[in-house]
Design a protein around this ligand. Structure first.
Ligand code: NDP
Length: 292
């Protein structure tokens, strides 16, 4: 039997756990707070920021949504981040990516208080992940993928896992997380210079695709029974849809679903988990900042 991994249902499970933790924090007089800073008016970024704000409200978290014009200067943004770093009602801060081209994103990430860096992009948190130090923050999308695998009871110890993509947001932290002691997978990372990608993928017990190429992974690259996690969110033209486009993953779902033992759909797979893990990281930040 093939399993379609239901990211929405697993995210709901995470929210149920979080509601308990949030109630506990509130009983101690603490409300976890998340600040999301959006510079400019990229429609996709705007939609993500709206979704994060909505989820904070649903969970009863303190939510700060800061929308700044695309002309905002680097110094102004740094000053805003500094203010949020020092705001005791805010435990998590993120600046929605990508900022406009004149903004130095790396400098902004470095300016975040690493204890409030709930996206897990600050160098200190990257180092903690590499070192297996659980006091840091792990980027939300790979954390969500790991939770999906755990909830699906996929055996990871000693498994051959192929991660497609090596970005700092998904591929690289995903690989670090999977090779950690306690997870114990054998990880291969594929990127644009990798030779014989099909052959590499066919050896995998688990494939995690995060390359931003619609329908890149085809059935002939997947071993019968392998588990496939599709991180990709790509717009493809669709004259039949009201919006004129639809969202598809990096995996050719219709063909791969016939071979995979378990697979995530797009939408409804990894996407909902990313936001759930952001909420979980915010609650963790609140606990840690208050040493609970
Ligand atoms: P990036 O563009 O930052 O990285 C893409 C990676 O894929 C790079 O490492 C690149 O290799 C590699 N790559 C690109 N094309 C190929 C190819 N033809 N063959 C092999 N490797 C290739 O993307 P992100 O990591 O930010 O995002 C990846 C996808 O995941 C996107 O579709 C994005 O929308 C989605 N995403 C979804 C999220 C969610 O919540 N579900 C969250 C974040 C991202 P190289 O390094 O050599 O250039």
């Amino acid at each position: 039997m093939r399993t379609i991994i239901d990211g929405r249902a697993i995210a709901e499970k995470v929210y149920t756990e979080l509601r308990g933790e949030i109630a506990d924090l509130k009983s101690r007089g603490l409300t976890p707070g998340l600040a999301v800073v959006l510079v400019g008016d990229n429609p996709a970024s705007r939609a993500y920021v709206r979704a994060k704000d909505k989820m904070c409200r649903e969970l009863g978290l303190h939510s700060v949504k800061l929308e700044l014009p695309a002309t905002t200067k680097q110094e102004e943004l740094l000053a805003r981040v500094d203010k949020l770093n020092h705001d005791p009602a805010v435990h998590g801060v993120l600046v929605q990516s990508p900022p406009p081209p004149h903004i130095d994103e790396v400098a902004i990430i470095r300016a975040l208080d690493p204890r409030k860096d709930v996206d897990g992009f600050h160098p200190l948190n990257v180092a903690k992940l590499a070192m297996g130090d659980n006091s840091g923050f792990v980027p939300c999308t790979p954390l969500g993928c790991l939770r999906l695998l755990r909830e699906t009871n996929v055996s990871l110890s000693g498994a051959n896992i192929v991660v497609l993509g090596r970005s700092m947001i998904v591929g690289k932290p995903m690989a670090l997380l999977l090779m950690q002691k306690g997870v114990d997978a054998t990880v291969t990372v594929v990127h644009s210079r990798t030779r014989n990608i099909g052959e590499v993928c066919r050896r995998a017990d688990v494939i995690i695709a995060a390359i931003g190429q619609p329908h890149f992974v085809k059935a002939d690259q997947v071993r019968e029974g392998a588990v496939v996690i599709d991180v990709g969110i790509n717009r493809v033209d669709d004259a039949g849809s009201e919006r004129g486009y639809r969202l598809v993953g990096d995996v050719d779902f219709d063909s791969v679903v016939k071979k995979a033992g378990a697979i995530t759909p797009v939408p409804g797979g990894v996407g909902p988990m990313t936001i759930a893990m952001l909420m979980a990281n915010t609650v963790k930040a609140c606990r840690m900042l208050n040493i609970l």
